[in-house]
Design a protein around this ligand. Structure first.
Ligand SMILES: NC(=O)c1ccc[n+]([C@@H]2O[C@H](COP(=O)([O-])OP(=O)(O)OC[C@H]3O[C@@H](n4cnc5c(N)ncnc54)[C@H](O)[C@@H]3O)[C@@H](O)[C@H]2O)c1
Length: 354
């Protein structure tokens, strides 16, 4: 099997998950790494036994078949354009770009140069989310009428909300723009390309500088489904949930615990006496023991969603297997991130002017 060479640009936090994943993906070898902070690149290179630490992007592009972009989002477009000009394939962390105009310039260039662009929409590859999708596809909850996502965080557990100078604070809409791709591709996957209906951004005096709109509610609608996302910068519970309501049942996924539950109980007098939550709690407990066992095994084997998606991307780039992040999904995410980010900023400006 011929080997593809990979170059990693950006050796910060997420690069570790990429490097672990490429190391377990047959047919690919990470040839070198690059970071504007050379010390950081050297640290990653020695951690993973990588021979080359590049000084310049053009050197990496000359020597690597795939450029894997793990830098902060504002730098993605320039790196992608240089890689495309060098006829290299791209793996890109989300958010792919911070300006829609950059994306609209990149897509035709990539087409011209036959560059494949694969984006890390990794939450689709969480075991719990894959299970939820299988349940939906099997018709276990009927037709999807609602997708609801909560991202309720707090500076105590959100490294991006700490302090005043994390790069995410400068994104459109602040820190929320960094996670918005996850909300949008999940909605697209479960309910199709819903249209943006509304953005409600509350800019309270308690807002941290990274999320000047500290409570945000986004709604989208189309066909028979409605989706909503709630972002909060004040929730010490640290909730990351995905709820999919169907015409015959409901799936709830705790994304942090990677644990899905399903309920499709018809209403009845007995059920009202016992209480729906009590009946559901029993069913959840029965599922929990084997599920938690398998969760532990996945953790021990380091089977992360990044590994799953990079392996799928690998099969796509090497064997032309189905692309795990179709262009229509990526395009939907980028266009709606842009609209939502700009609308949050508009409302913050209005609130500050009052
Ligand atoms: N898919 C996910 O679940 C997930 C999780 C975390 C982060 N991310 C994404 O990954 C990307 C990186 O995030 P992170 O948390 O690793 O950031 P980070 O701040 O930890 O690391 C970024 C690294 O890039 C380097 N860098 C900055 N500009 C550069 C440039 N032009 N060329 C080379 N190196 C440069 C920095 O020195 C730093 O070492 C972001 O797009 C982020 O949104 C995705």
């Amino acid at each position: 099997m011929s080997e593809f060479t990979v170059g990693i640009v950006g050796c910060g936090l997420i690069s570790e998950a990429h490097l672990q994943a490429w190391a377990k993906t047959p047919g690919f070898t990470v040839k070198g790494v690059l970071d504007t902070n050379r010390e950081q690149a050297e640290k990653r290179a020695s951690q993973f036994g990588i021979a080359t630490v590049y000084d310049r992007l053009d050197q990496m592009i000359a020597e690597c078949d795939i450029v894997d972009v793990c830098t902060p989002p504002a730098s993605h477009a320039a790196i992608a354009e240089q890689a495309i000009a060098g006829r290299r394939h791209l793996v890109m962390e989300k958010p792919v770009v911070t300006k829609l105009a950059d994306w609209e310039r990149i897509v035709p260039k990539a087409r011209e140069q036959n560059t494949k662009i694969a984006v890390i929409h990794n939450v689709k590859y969480l075991h719990s989310v894959q299970t939820a999708k299988r349940w939906v596809d099997e018709g276990r909850i009927g037709d999807v009428v609602r997708v609801q996502r909560e991202f309720l965080t707090h500076p105590d557990h959100d490294r991006m909300l700490v302090g005043d100078n994390h790069w995410s604070h400068a994104l459109p809409g602040g820190r929320w723009f960094e996670t918005l791709p996850h909300e949008l591709y999940l909605t697209h996957w479960f309910a199709g390309p819903l249209e943006l209906s509304s953005v409600t951004a509350l800019a309270s005096p308690q807002a941290p500088s990274g999320a000047p709109a500290d409570e945000v509610l986004v709604t989208l609608a189309g066909g028979r489904a409605i989706a909503s996302f709630h972002f909060s910068a004040h929730c010490r519970e640290n909730r990351r949930t995905l709820m999919i309501q169907g015409t015959q049942g409901r799936i709830t996924v705790d994304l942090l615990a990677d644990f899905p539950t399903i309920s499709s109980l018809a209403d009845s007098k007995l059920r009202r006496v016992v209480g729906r939550q009590v009946v559901e709690a029993g069913a959840t407990l029965l599922r929990a023991a084997p599920d938690r066992g398998r969760y532990g095994v996945r953790k021990l084997r380091k089977e992360s969603p990044h590994l799953k998606i990079i392996q799928a991307l690998g099969r796509h780039l090497r064997d032309n297997a189905e692309e795990p992040t179709p262009l229509a999904e990526v395009d939907y995410v980028i266009r709606n991130c842009d609209k939502i980010g700009r609308e949050i900023d508009r409302q913050i400006t209005l609130a500050r002017g009052r």
